[in-house]
Write a protein that binds this ligand. Structure first.
Ligand code: C2E
Ligand code: MG
Ligand code: MG
Length: 621
């Protein structure tokens, strides 16, 4: 179990529930108020209209009794209206405004004199109608209808409205709950995705560094030590490229599980990059404890991982940095752990490097070299040295390998082993490599023109160059400009370069071979040495690494015999690198190795020296 960041509240979902409910209630209140007002006005209007019709009927019916002063007949007419709904009183006044006849319920009697228009109790609606006979006004009919029925109808209406509102609220609440649950689930998922690596389920880069900031503060406050480990898988790209991304994901998951097994429950393991993990161990007792844990981590990966597509090894390089001994701030801690990781990787991988201050010096030198390297080409600080290659049987000079040199104004000759990786990391290698190719083709052709025998030219290539879209065009340009025949150019690639992107490498190699240019695998035996790729890669030559050659003639024969048999089986020629003594050369010749190169036969040297020494050309050539 690792400490995972505490889940944050789900703001949208909760706000959504409350705001939906408030909106629904507000809508209901406003709609209800409008409906009630409208209903009240409508009902009052209907009541008044009804009363007016009744009053008009009465006015017609009492014309004769009023004309003849027959009060009894008038009362009979009025009594006929006693069942009219809501009627409180109905009366007839003569033309002098005196009550002539009346029908009324107790407490609702009409006054003896005709009341004024506004002179009416609150709970009744009063209407007046003129009684006429041929344009002569005979009197007035006054009718009063109680508004209690209006109240009852309104109460009924209100009840109905309340029931409808409650039902509506119920529906809204149910719907809002459902929406809220869905939004909350989506928010939780987003939250998870924002902080978790979906392949391994570990905290992602963002989350890991956020955690580091918190842990560092706590370690500072409590005066404790904290260790940061950066773990970078060595050959992850190979697994991805050869077995596919599903296998890559499976491997990452298994590696994550293995790492979790190697750390304490309280430590945090996060995936911070494609094949990079970080471990925050806090608190750690001392450096020894941190180192013990780091070596447990490297140990945990030194075993095969069983994937569906087969068995894979996933060794890792580990960089370790301690707070407060090695770094004080978070950025210092991360960059120092990164520097240590860089050393572990460039020190041969599958190892643990503990940060030491000297590394910063090395990193600074690297940074300075990188800056200066940018100007080295323009300032003509770069030159090429040439090392001869000989036919083992005839002893004839058959080719040269060109090796880059940097004549640094302060540091003197800087080894390509130091500055080529810098150029590769910074991308400068593309420009440098192109310069080497053009320059070497040009210099070799200059020897040709001076009468030298036709030598093959071997040029070292880096992965970055091969990935450059214009690379093949550049090779064609170098050949065309110098006039070097394509079959005399040999590009040297290392196994690791090819394994970084197998499919891309095959396509690239086919394009090179289509030009007629040769391809050889440099430092063969130090990388993957996979038999499968020897068959699928369109190469024509292997260069046995000098680490094997140097064991000769007393040991290492088996390996070189095997390499020779393998290469010859695939129809490839073999060049032995690093031949330093005669016994080695004799052994190689006897074993059937085609070509040899090494200090015994000739060291890399400037072109003028090479021309003078091997081509018998004047030193100026
Ligand atoms: P490499 O291509 O394997 O070159 C052979 C290296 O072995 C050279 O080192 C050479 O000086 C050294 N060597 C040759 N014979 C002997 C011997 O008998 N004994 C010993 N101990 N060493 C011998 P160098 O020139 O320092 O180059 C190192 C590496 O730098 C090269 O290894 C190559 O990978 C890289 N490199 C050099 N020039 C270039 C370049 O122009 N482009 C690229 N991408 N890489 C280059
Ligand atoms: Mg080489
Ligand atoms: Mg080599």
């Amino acid at each position: 179990m690792t400490r995972t960041p505490a889940p944050r509240p789900v703001p949208i979902a909760s706000a959504l529930g409350t705001s939906q409910l408030i909106a629904a209630v507000a809508a209901l209140v406003i709609t209800g108020a409008v409906l009630i007002a409208y209903q009240l006005l409508d009902m009052r209007h209907a009541l008044t209209e009804g009363a007016r019709v009744q009053a008009a009927i009465v006015a017609d019916s009492v014309t004769a009794p009023l004309m003849f002063g027959d009060r009894e007949a008038a009362r009979d007419v009025l009594r006929a209206f006693r069942y009219a709904p809501g009627l409180r009183a109905i009366g007839v006044y003569d033309q002098h405004g005196q009550l002539f006849a009346e029908f009324s319920y107790p407490d609702s009697q009409l006054p003896a004199r005709q009341p004024d228009a506004g002179d009416s109790p609150d709970d009744v609606v009063t209407v007046t109608e003129t009684v006429r006979h041929r344009n002569t006004v005979l009197g007035q009919t006054v009718l009063r209808t109680g508004t209690s029925q209006l109240r009852t109808a309104m109460l009924r209406y209100l009840g109905l409205l309340a029931v409808a509102s409650l039902l509506a609220m119920l529906v809204v609440t149910v719907l809002s709950r459902k929406t809220r649950a869905r939004v909350a689930a989506a928010e939780r998922k987003l939250e998870y995705m924002a902080h978790t690596d979906h392949v391994t389920g570990l905290p992602n880069r963002h989350s890991t560094y956020a955690r580091l900031a918190v842990d560092l503060e706590r370690a500072r406050a409590q005066g404790q030590q904290l260790a940061l480990l950066l773990v970078d898988l060595d050959n992850f790209k190979v697994v991805n490229d050869t077995a596919g991304h599903a296998a890559g994901d499976e491997l990452l998951t298994q590696v994550a599980a293995a790492l979790l097994g190697a750390v304490r429950a309280t430590d945090l393991l996060g995936r911070i990059g494609g094949d990079e993990f970080a471990i925050i161990a806090w608190p750690v007792a001392d450096r020894a404890a941190a180192l013990a844990m780091a070596s447990q981590v490297t140990q945990a990966l030194r075993r095969p991982f069983q994937l569906e597509s087969g068995e894979f090894f996933a060794t890792a390089s580990v960089g370790l940095c301690l707070y407060p001994d090695d770094a004080h701030s978070m950025s210092e801690l991360v960059s120092s752990a990164d520097t240590a990781l860089y050393h572990a990787k460039h020190g041969g991988r599958n190892r643990l490097a503990e940060f030491v201050p000297a590394m910063t010096v090395a990193a600074q030198r690297r940074a300075a070299l990188e800056r200066e390297l940018r100007h080295a080409v323009d300032q003509q600080q770069l030159t090429l040295h040439y090392q001869p290659q000989f036919d083992c049987t005839s002893g004839a000079l058959v080719g040269v390998e060109t090796l880059l040199r940097w004549n640094h104004p302060e540091h003197g000759l800087v080894s390509p082993a130091e500055f080529i990786p810098i150029a590769e990391d910074s991308g400068l290698i593309v420009q440098l490599g192109s310069w080497v190719l053009h320059r070497a083709c040009h210099e070799v052709m200059a020897w040709d023109q001076a009468g030298a025998p036709p030598l093959t030219l071997a040029v070292n290539m880096s992965a970055r160059q091969l990935r450059e879209p214009g690379f093949i065009d550049d090779v064609m340009r170098a050949l065309a400009l110098s006039g070097l025949p394509p079959e005399r150019l040999e590009l040297e690639l290392t196994e690791s370069v090819l394994m970084e992107d197998v499919a891309g490498a095959v396509a690239f190699m086919q394009a090179v071979r289509a030009l007629g240019v040769g391809l050889s695998i440099d430092d063969f035996g130090t990388g993957y040495s996979s038999l499968a790729y020897l068959q699928s890669f369109p190469i024509n030559q292997l260069k046995v690494d000098r680490s094997f050659v140097q064991l000769l003639p007393h040991s290492g024969e088996t390996v070189i015999h095997a390499i020779l048999a393998l290469a010859h089986g695939f129809g490839l020629t073999v060049v032995a690198e690093g031949v330093e003594d005669q016994a080695q050369l004799d052994w190689l010749r006897a074993a059937g190795c085609e070509m040899a190169q090494g200090f015994l036969l000739g060291r890399p040297m400037p072109p003028q020296d090479f021309a003078a020494r091997y081509l018998a050309l004047p030193a100026a050539g």
